[in-house]
Design a protein around this ligand. Structure first.
Ligand SMILES: C[S@@+](CC[C@H](N)C(=O)[O-])C[C@H]1O[C@@H](n2cnc3c(N)ncnc32)[C@H](O)[C@@H]1O
Length: 357
């Protein structure tokens, strides 16, 4: 079994379940557009008695449940708007996908009691095929496809011009490093959309909500800079002998924030998908002006990143690392650079599976 890293499972204070409000705020902002885009663009003539929905990179909840609810309700509204009788509204089958190592038990235990769909878990990487051909009517993914399938090997090698020494992201790195991160994301996104275009039924919809950076900005001018504060904390710990510096030099977070036009370029290369909507949306930025705001951001980051960090550095350094991360975030919030990266954006993409075979 592949040893994939996932969000913190369970429902302890450091779990994703308890620390996914930032993603929830982004999804809430996109809800109206998600619902109206589905109602305006879904084609009902090809739907059968079972309507299949997949949420890719669902994690452990609860955000996945409200996204699925919005989709189910939007589809029902579309049926009713077309004057179809209630008896023609199909049954809904919802597939929750994440890595095999995701805490699916927590997810299943949290399924809403009055849900109006049948649920199934689909373990596996969304960079490959997960479903039979033309079997899904709506695919959804939020805050997931910015993650790579792997760290690009050239950023970890000492003899490579793209070696990312002493850093954990590309925020302050050379252009070779930025290029290596960007091209890994574009390769992975291409594989993601290739698999989805096979699995979507003709006329079916693919919806992606993901963090992005504003059009026309440099890769460093984005929320990714917040995560480089972790790199700074790790380097301080290395200088004090608390972690091995070589481990810091070989560690990179497998994530890149693209612009909307970069995403558009990748999706446009897929001849089976037609882009219907591509909207930049405002994400309320983290409030780092108070210690509570700093802690909130740090604990959210921990719920998502602890797995990557403990796998590489061991779990014994994690508490100390996140204490130092808070200090680094406070220092960063007082620098002029902070105001330049203060704008957080999400991207909502809706694409339709066309009839090209
Ligand atoms: C930040 S969480 C988002 C969870 C949820 N969609 C939400 O909006 O709250 C990202 C999820 O994507 C999953 N993920 C990342 N890469 C994946 C892949 N290649 N295949 C399946 N899931 C993946 C992670 O395991 C994680 O659970």
């Amino acid at each position: 079994m592949e040893d994939y890293v996932t969000m913190n499972g369970g429902d302890s204070p450091n779990s994703y379940t308890m620390n996914s409000k930032i993603q929830k705020e982004g999804s809430d902002k996109a809800r109206w557009l998600l619902s109206t885009s589905i109602q305006e663009n879904l084609e009902l003539q090809n739907t059968s008695r079972v309507f299949s929905i997949a949420d890719l990179g669902c994690s452990v909840g609860p955000n996945t449940f409200s996204c699925v609810e919005t989709i189910v309700e939007a589809v029902k509204l579309k049926f009713r708007a077309q004057g179809r009788p209630e008896s023609e509204i199909p049954e809904f089958h919802v597939f929750f996908n994440d890595h095999v190592t995701n805490d699916f038990n927590t997810l299943f235990k949290a399924l809403p009691p009055g849900k109006n769909y049948m649920a199934a878990g689909v373990p596996g990487s969304f960079h490959s095929r997960l479903f039979p051909k033309a079997s899904i009517n709506v695919m959804h993914s939020s805050f997931a496809i910015q993650w790579f399938s792997k760290v690009p090997e050239e950023v970890t090698r000492e003899d490579s011009p793209a070696w990312n020494k002493g850093r954990v992201t590309y925020a302050l790195s050379s252009c070779q490093v930025v290029k290596a991160f960007a091209s890994q994301l574009f390769k992975d996104m291409e594989a993601f959309f290739r698999a989805r275009s096979v699995e979507l039924a003709t006329g079916g919809l693919m919806v992606v909500l993901m963090p992005c950076r504003p059009e026309g900005t440099h890769p460093s001018e984005s929320g990714i800079h917040f995560l480089e504060c972790l790199g700074n904390a790790l380097m301080d710990m290395a200088k004090e002998g608390l972690v091995d510096e070589a481990l810091v030099d070989s560690f990179n977070l497998p994530v890149f924030l693209p612009t909307p036009s970069e995403v558009k370029e990748v999706v446009s290369r897929n001849e089976h998908l037609d882009i219907v909507t591509l909207d930049e949306m405002h994400q309320p930025p983290p409030q780092l002006s108070t210690p509570e705001g700093v802690r909130l951001w740090a604990i959210h980051s921990r719920a998502g990143l602890e797995g990557f960090l403990s796998k590489h550095f061991g779990s014994s350094v994690i508490d100390e690392l996140f204490e130092r991360y808070c200090q680094k975030l406070e220092e960063f919030s007082k620098t002029p650079h902070f105001t330049r990266v203060f704008e957080f954006k999400n991207l909502l993409l809706l694409a339709k599976r066309n009839g090209v075979c």
